[in-house]
Ligand binder design. Structure first.
Ligand SMILES: Nc1ncnc2c1ncn2[C@@H]1O[C@H](COP(=O)(O)OP(=O)(O)OP(=O)(O)O)[C@@H](O)[C@H]1O
Length: 537
């Protein structure tokens, strides 16, 4: 099919072989090279089309954005054109980032402006949530750790995106990376010049800036700043956590804030970060993506300190004075439990068992050392049993008890002492081994995909042919671990210690790991590097 881009054409669909539109007589090939296949979207400023570039071998699919400065004044048109060219050049620079569509071309034809972009195949996050349900807290933190560096990059290029929302974040099919699309900069520049020259007040409202609910007040008042994107990222997180659009949530009539907190279940520390991202006043909001990244690092640190406190009790009778603080911490740690499977959506079978467990343990305000039932492992306290003298103690799990407990639905084995355990070939996807002691454990050929191994000690462990896809291994100790043939694709290895780890033949495609970390480890030509290439960075 050949689609006519003339906005007033009544029958834009034409057969493949015609050169002019059968209904309105407009030329069908844009710039004599782009064959329009159909319309992807339409707004007040113009429309977006899927096209084929006929001049390139293989005729790749691309996206053409049409911008219509609907004003007859030639001066206004000239100004709009100058801004269009300037902004398109800026977008050309931004498009150098691998997680932003490349700007392939821009031109003017029939008093309309066109931007040609790389087509990104995949589903956007709005579709992902509709299909799989809301994300867990860890899933959203993972999302932030991917999006915020992109935001940092575009802000460094002096570009404000102005329309960050789940529908504008596509999970690219080829490498599962997030791609930020639909930069509002160009259309806003073109339209604001038209709007500012239009005497009618309604013209301003016709050029809505960003998306209501996601855009902060200063942006709606046509004064966007870098922190406006931070606000939109905050609202996007709330959507990912709740599956609810901001328009379906209330607004506090006194403060103008979105009343989102009753829709999500997250740790207090993460809620504090989101609250500051969505501050109505720019003065009190994080000013930059880096500030949010810094706050998230601190959040993780304080969470692990809290968990460290729990371990310090080591299962002995707890001092009364610490009990109220501990029950507070239980709630926080439980929140972490509910988020232990990084990319598993909340309503998946795995997570529903975690959530129901967490909810029931939250309603019990039992002291830390109360006896636990048949399930053997408590979500926060580990494996507790009365010894011969009647004193409750924390016992070391053996492989069988752990696997049985996992099969009963328990996922939280954070901070457990699992040294030397033989778990080879065990199927434990989504398990929480946060800060667990797994020194010299045998996990050969086990399935630990999407597991939380943050700060776990895996030194000297046998991890040959293990499945660690999408696992979180941030700050873990993998010194001298045998990772030959391990699948670490899309794993997060931020700050993991890889000293003398054997990664020969391992798959690190899309893993978050630096060149410096890998330099400490042993790799060979069979190792698939994060770039997807064997043996090369
Ligand atoms: N580079 C791209 N690759 C793949 N799909 C894209 C790309 N750019 C836009 N799209 C898709 O095209 C559709 C229309 O895009 P458009 O920018 O017009 O979005 P919109 O959200 O409908 O409008 P608005 O810009 O007013 O928010 C959307 O579904 C979007 O996901």
């Amino acid at each position: 099919m050949s689609y006519c881009v003339n906005p007033s054409c009544t029958h834009p669909k034409n057969p493949d072989n015609v050169v002019v539109c059968q209904a309105c007589g407009s030329k069908l090939l844009l710039r004599d090279r782009y064959q329009v296949l159909g319309i992807l979207g339409k707004g007040g400023f113009g429309a977006t089309f899927a096209t084929l570039d006929l001049t390139i071998p293989g005729k790749p699919l691309c996206v053409v954005k049409q911008l219509r400065p609907s004003n007859d004044d030639p001066n206004v048109f000239r100004m709009a054109k100058e801004l269009f060219v300037r902004e398109a050049e800026t977008l050309g620079k931004v498009g150098v980032h691998p997680q932003v569509p490349r700007l392939l071309d821009y031109f003017e034809e029939n008093q309309q402006f066109y931007l040609v972009q790389e087509y990104i195949k995949g589903h956007n996050l709005h579709q992902e949530v509709k299909k799989n349900g809301p994300f867990s807290e860890a899933g959203v933190k993972q999302f932030l750790s991917e999006l915020l560096p992109i935001l940092k990059y575009i802000h460094a290029q002096k570009v404000i995106h102005r329309d960050i929302k789940p529908a504008n974040l596509i999970r690219r099919q080829t490498d599962k990376k997030l791609v930020l699309i639909d930069f509002g900069a160009v259309k806003n520049q073109v339209n604001s010049v038209v709007a500012s020259n239009n005497s009618e007040h309604t013209a301003f409202t016709a050029f809505a800036v960003g998306t209501a609910g996601f855009a902060p007040p200063e942006q709606m008042a046509m004064r966007p700043v870098y922190a406006s994107d931070v606000y939109a990222v905050g609202v996007t997180c709330v959507y990912l956590l709740s599956g609810k659009s901001p328009k379906d949530m209330g607004i506090d009539p006194e403060t103008g804030e979105l009343t989102w907190e009753s829709w999500v279940e997250i740790s207090d520390s993460f809620a504090n970060v989101l609250r500051k991202m969505m501050e109505v006043s720019v003065r009190h909001r994080y000013k930059s993506a880096q500030e949010v990244l810094d706050a998230l690092e601190l959040t993780d640190y304080s969470l692990s300190l809290e968990q460290g406190l729990l371990v310090a009790n080591k299962g002995e009778e707890m001092h009364l004075a610490t009990q109220s603080r501990a029950s507070n911490l239980i709630t926080k740690v439980n929140n972490r439990v509910s988020n232990s499977s990084i990319q598993v959506p909340r309503n998946s079978p795995e997570n529903s068992s975690i959530n129901s467990r967490v909810k029931s343990s939250q309603t019990r305000s039992a002291p830390m050392n109360s006896q636990i039932g048949n399930s053997s492992v408590n979500a926060t306290r580990g494996y507790m049993r009365k010894d011969l003298t009647g004193v409750k103690k924390k016992f070391k799990l053996n492989a069988q008890t752990l696997v049985n407990s996992y099969q009963e639905g328990n996922r939280n084995f954070a901070q457990h002492d699992l040294k030397n355990l033989n778990l080879s070939k065990a199927k434990l996807p989504g398990i929480n081994f946060y800060q667990a002691e797994l020194v010299r454990a045998n996990l050969q050929s086990a399935d630990l995909s999407s597991a939380d191994l943050g700060r776990a000690n895996l030194s000297g462990a046998n991890l040959k042919n293990i499945n660690l896809t999408q696992a979180y291994l941030g700050y873990s100790n993998l010194e001298q671990a045998d990772l030959r043939g391990a699948d670490l694709s899309s794993a997060n290895l931020k700050y993991a210690n890889l000293k003398a780890a054997n990664l020969c033949g391992a798959n690190l495609c899309d893993a978050q790991v630096t060149q410096e970390q890998l330099a400490m480890a042993k790799t060979n030509w069979l190792t698939v590097m994060p770039s997807g290439k064997r043996g090369f960075w």
